[in-house]
Design a protein around this ligand. Sequence first.
Ligand SMILES: Cc1ncc(COP(=O)(O)O)c(C=O)c1O
Length: 445
Amino acid sequence: MDPGAPTSGPGAPAIGRREEWSGKAWGGGGLKVGARCRGCQRSGAIRARPRGSKEVSQPSDFKHDFETVSEYTATMPRIEMPRRLLLGPGPSNVHPRVLAAMSQPLVGHLDPAFLAILDEVQERLRHLFGTVNPMTLPISGTGSAGMEACFANLLEAGDDVVVGVAGVFGERMCEVARRMGARVTRVETEPGTPLDDAAMAETIARIRPTAVAFVHAETSTGVHQPVDAIAQAARDAGALVILDCVTSLGGVDVTLDAWGIDAAYSGTQKCLSCPPGLSPVSFSPRAIERVRSRRSPVQSWYLDVDLLAGYFGEERVYHHTAPVSAVLGLAQALRMVESEGMEARIARHRSAAEALIDGVSPLGFTPLVDKPFRLPMLTSLRLPPAVTRDGEGSLRRGLLERYGIEVGGGLGKLAGQIWRVGLMGENARLINVEALLFALRKELA
Ligand SMILES: Cc1ncc(COP(=O)(O)O)c(C=O)c1O
């Protein structure tokens, strides 16, 4: 094997394509520089035949054959992704230590070494959620899996649920509850404004639902929803409270027990700066009691919290195979959150968001949300007329293609009208604000 043979770029075997090498270059002990892959038409420099072996005619489904393992390894296809600065609504960039934790040697999901990490993750999640709920765990799935877990466990067909809809993710809650067979009553608000406490309280008192659900950090609008009054109204009506903390956890204060929340879910790819794939959730003892007194089994076997308790509780018996590497990444991220401290982390998110708004204002971008309700980790910006006139998509494409910076467009009713700029977790730093401002000024010049 030519030690300099490329494993990526020109000459590398193409991923996802069958490698077929032109027979013309076959000879003299191996493929030569200039051999051409019929699949990708790139030239290659890979010796693909055992040295000294007899010339053979090359079959069309030819498989490479090597003298040593290292020759073989060197030619293995490799995925190469571009570097991006992820300043959209998530995912955010992942700290190299989190990636390193995820590439630790794999162990079994019942291995004592892993179970010790799982204990640690559950305890750190309790701390971050502001709860002592024993049933606090990372669901195997993204934030939407956490959403489904909360609704599937707490609702049965025919139950009433009141959902506060302040954007796309409140809307998603309605759809998930509807599919569970629940009767959904919506309380809506204009995009960019928080739910009205009085309207929520009036509806809750009238419907007296099994559960009340709303979003703490509405990523589609950038609104930071106050929790206290709505949660109190729900408790007064004897309802359980479900809170979406996908974007808020790790960036602003979350205090489930003080607020009286019964079920909450989050995601790892926002302010925790992990890859997407896990959804931290927490169920109060009241929620668990409700699950145990259901008339019908939980509609989802995978997300049934009573079954999950076998693995995530004391017993540690198999339910499904925990995604070990993802949990290691989360453990590393949670250690970093704790070593920074939430107070410093919240302040860092706030100052990055303020710097962003100060920086983009002279360029004609204005915040959609009134100051008291602005999220620090996700800023929604109305676009200047020049940007909407030319199509905001082309400016976002320019940022991505020329500077490697991703920002998010508007969702739902706000599509084409706003941008959503995320400064989440590791990315909530002034240097990233400066990078975006530099690129924007260049693009708009
Ligand atoms: C507030 C909110 N809830 C739920 C979700 C769904 O999470 P996921 O896309 O990880 O399934 C998101 C994702 O952006 C979100 O921002």
